[in-house]
Write a protein of this length. Structure first.
Length: 142
């Protein structure tokens, strides 16, 4: 069942102990088994951090598809402050004025050339194709 749930990009499975009576609401009788997917995405920009000078708050991502790049949202967790600063330094070398996806508008975004690849863990896609609960896992050497 878990394999089917994961293949269909669902969030997970909720189950209850058979020997316990049904009661609504959170309790230790209920268990949620989450599906975690991972994938490689292209960084197309970032949002600068307001909290840590010289760091990124969020990386803006795209998926490579046969038709070109498709915006999939961003990731703002999974990296430490030092890694966030390193990411910004590297991305600042490949800054560009226009987004790699024409017409894309993200307030406060700094756009980059789409050559930097990262691995992301996520819990599926939203109805409009954006990553759900994305977390940075690392840089992919291309």
């Amino acid at each position: 069942m878990f394999k089917i749930v994961s293949e269909n990009e669902l969030e997970g499975i909720v189950s209850k102990r058979l020997d316990r009576p049904y009661r609504s609401g959170p309790s230790k009788d209920w268990l949620k088994t989450k599906c975690v997917q991972s994938g490689e995405f292209v960084v197309i920009g970032y949002e600068p951090s307001a909290a840590v000078q010289g760091a990124v708050a969020k990386l803006l991502l795209a998926a490579k598809e046969p038709e070109g790049l498709r915006y999939v949202g961003g990731v703002g967790t999974g990296f430490s402050a030092p890694v966030s600063k390193e990411l910004k330094e590297g991305l600042d070398f490949i800054r560009t004025e226009q987004p790699a996806i024409s017409g894309l508008k993200v307030a406060g975004a700094v756009w980059t050339m789409p050559i930097f690849h990262i691995e992301i863990a996520y819990r599926g896609l939203t109805g409009d194709g954006l990553l759900r609960a994305a977390s940075f896992k690392g840089i992919v050497e291309v």
